[in-house]
Design a protein around this ligand. Sequence first.
Ligand SMILES: Nc1ncnc2c1ncn2[C@@H]1O[C@H](COP(=O)(O)OP(=O)(O)OP(=O)(O)O)[C@@H](O)[C@H]1O
Ligand SMILES: Cc1ncsc1CCO
Ligand SMILES: [Mg+2]
Length: 279
Amino acid sequence: MTPSSSLSPGSLLNQLRQTTPLVHNITNHVAMTPTANTLLAIGASPLMAHAQQEIQEISAISAALSINIGTLSPSWIEAMQLAAMCAHRDGKPWVLDPVGIGASSLRQYACRALLEYRPSVIRANASEVLALAGEMNQGRGVDSGDDGEDALERASRAAVALARTQNCVVAMTGRVDVVTDGQRQITVQGGHALMGRVTAMGCALSSVVAAFLAASLAGHDDTLHATAAALACYAEAGETAGQSAQGPGSFVPRFMDALYTLDADSTPLASRLELTDVT
Ligand SMILES: Nc1ncnc2c1ncn2[C@@H]1O[C@H](COP(=O)(O)OP(=O)(O)OP(=O)(O)O)[C@@H](O)[C@H]1O
Ligand SMILES: Cc1ncsc1CCO
Ligand SMILES: [Mg+2]
């Protein structure tokens, strides 16, 4: 892909760092601190807030919203709906992370309610995409499962179908990431297997996607490319961290440093991306 365009991952990353978008997160108990740290490392500004009484005020000052259903409670579902309603009403980008949607009917109920407010992006692993697209995937928890070629092909088709039905971008992550708006598809190469051995990497990524969406609104708005840019940065930092990490423990600090030091101008992020039309 052409690295010089204003939609290239490098220029979107520069834009993010120049604008330090405030991202409102309603995320799970596991992911809160890693998500805030990841947003800070890449150059965005995190805010975690889930009390219904403050959602409208927080929404008014935020540039984007990230909602993650990882550790639900009924009062959180109400807060999530209110936040999604505000974002939808105010035309602000928001990302839905349907953690473990196949695992319980409460998660399915919450996602159905939230989809009414039209997320800009659904960021999920293959298992969650299959469940959301209506292809069964019960029995899996929050992890993604089979990542063989056949499974990837089937999940990619489900991602395209989901993007079309929900009229949004779907970012399906795993060994290979696939980003689609139902018409176009961008595959993202890179990352490292250790990313699957650290909890909340995907949760934090969903919020990084929200930050890129906010940054892209400051320039040329294209949800597909902004989402792919977020994933390219993650893939790059993951690969760098994985080169010297000995395991999940040493991977995390290396990953944070790699995000922080990622040079938007000299790193060939765009070469990780392949754009095709969906047939
Ligand atoms: N085997 C792998 N090889 C390369 N990158 C990977 C691999 N597994 C995961 N990743 C990367 O890790 C990041 C998180 O994706 P993943 O699909 O694991 O999210 P997730 O299952 O939602 O995680 P969680 O729910 O634990 O936060 C993505 O950037 C993805 O590309
Ligand atoms: C492990 C786990 N359980 C609920 S949310 C979460 C973080 C990864 O999605
Ligand atoms: Mg997840």
